[in-house]
Design a protein around this ligand. Structure first.
Ligand SMILES: Cc1cc2nc3c(=O)[nH]c(=O)nc-3n(C[C@H](O)[C@H](O)[C@H](O)COP(=O)(O)OP(=O)(O)OC[C@H]3O[C@@H](n4cnc5c(N)ncnc54)[C@H](O)[C@@H]3O)c2cc1C
Length: 398
């Protein structure tokens, strides 16, 4: 069976790898001329690392990533810790897989290498999907370069602005959420020693928050700053920002945050519109389906968008392998298994945004004091609240 994949992001590449492992013939079509990823970090919870380890990528990941010691929430101005949830060895023991922070470019490279090792010519660059046609027997992709490709199944892994989604269901780009993210990675040696805690830290404040963590074994510090913003005046989705603007957005914030922001050079600040999709009525039509941000783009406040794409990839390959003669059934089971979970993660991420951005000191006291108290009285409480997410092991699905 020949499977076409539109998009060589984290979702499309993981899908290619899981499908190649099941013995399918796979062709990925990526619009970019070069395989590259933005200069930013990504967190991969144990539910995601279980899949990546099952795909044989554990050693490469361990070499490139950083294992944070805790997930903590702090007040953005004073730095006071609201709660801290042990990660490191503790989470690895609880869920039998690690929690990793990794540079997106490193994860992307690891996936590209693994795909090419299995199928050296599977990835086709410079192929931007324009439209698709399908019959009962075949699906055909047409590209902007005038070429076309035929297969038995199509996977639209072409992100939140998916052309495949538009073609299948006439649903436009994900909506702007009223929030924009600053993203930067800087070499740790530019900062005072031990300035940044070895944790995945969310620093919260009125209408904005910041996330900090290390990458590449501690060589780089990653900072994401999310600010509420009425509109997004730019055409592009990734824009260069500047030091003056990011510092102005975080006036009065903790010296650790401001020192990281100060330490960038002018090429290292990016701004990114945050978009999400409402849960779709259906992901599949005929021989075509969607995966990753193309069908469930979400706010990044659970650090699970890419992880959900990774889980999707495993389940899709398992279902196609289980029902190779009945594609409709395979796609129906894929969607049925995945949609309730991705919808729950989308909703939880949205709620986290509200929790982080409490607008007044009295609201902060109201919402954060119970968290502070619970984390001191029953330190295991927060870990147990995440079992539904992290204990999931889709690699058991075959
Ligand atoms: C600030 C921020 C922080 C985040 N942090 C995390 C995190 O810590 N953990 C986590 O799990 N997730 C995180 N995410 C979410 C994560 O980045 C996305 O969920 C993930 O990248 C989705 O992967 P994807 O492969 O579905 O789509 P994409 O990464 O968007 O890849 C789509 C690919 O398709 C290609 N493409 C697009 N259109 C076409 C076309 N017409 N023809 C051919 N190719 C096409 C694109 O060039 C691209 O290569 C974060 C997101 C943001 C914005």
């Amino acid at each position: 069976m020949r499977i076409l994949i539109a998009g060589a992001g984290i979702g499309g590449l993981t899908a290619a790898l899981t499908l190649l492992n099941k013995g399918f013939d796979v062709a990925i079509y990526e619009r970019s001329l070069q395989l590259e990823e933005v200069g930013a970090g990504i967190q991969i919870g144990p539910n995601g690392t279980k899949v990546l380890y099952a795909l044989g990528l554990g050693a490469a990941l361990a070499q490139a990533a950083f294992k944070p010691q805790a997930a903590e929430m702090r007040l953005g101005d004073s730095g006071r810790v609201i709660f801290s949830l042990p990660l490191g060895e503790s989470i690895e023991k609880r869920y039998h897989s690690p929690y990793l922070n990794i540079h997106r470019a490193d994860l992307h490279r690891i996936l590209v290498d693994a795909v090419r090792q299995k199928s050296p010519n599977a990835i086709h660059l410079g192929y931007e999907v324009k439209e698709l046609h399908q019959t009962d027997a075949r699906v055909t992709l047409h590209f902007l370069n005038g070429e076309s490709a035929q297969g038995d199944v199509l996977v639209g892994a072409d992100g939140v602005r998916s052309v495949i989604r538009k073609e299948l269901f006439d649903i436009e780009d994900g909506q702007f959420t009223g929030m924009a993210a600053w993203r930067m990675t800087i070499p740790t040696h530019r900062l005072p020693k031990n300035l940044v805690p070895p944790n995945a830290t969310v620093w919260v404040g009125a209408g904005k928050h910041v996330v900090t963590y290390y990458l590449r074994g501690g060589e780089l510090v990653n900072l994401v700053g999310v600010v509420e913003q009425v509109d997004w005046p730019y055409d592009g989705w990734t824009c260069r920002g500047n030091k003056h603007d990011i510092l102005a957005s975080y006036e009065g914030w903790h010296p650790t945050i401001r020192q990281i922001m100060e330490a960038g050079d002018e090429t290292e600040y990016y701004q990114w519109a945050l978009r999400e999709l409402p849960p779709l009525a259906t992901w599949s039509k005929g021989r075509a389906t969607l995966l990753g941000d193309a069908c469930h783009a979400m706010l990044p406040f659970m650090a699970q968008g890419a992880v959900m794409a990774i889980e999707d990839a495993w389940v899709l390959a398992a279902k196609l392998a289980a029902y190779p003669q009945d594609i409709a059934k395979a796609l129906q089971q894929y969607e049925g298994t995945r949609k309730p979970r991705t919808t729950k993660v989308q909703a939880t991420a949205r709620r986290n945004g509200q929790l982080y951005h409490q607008t007044t000191p009295s609201k902060q006291l109201l919402f954060y004091s119970p968290l502070w108290l619970v984390s001191r009285l029953t330190p295991n409480f927060f870990a147990s609240q995440l079992d539904w997410l992290f204990a999931e092991d889709v690699t058991r699905i075959s």
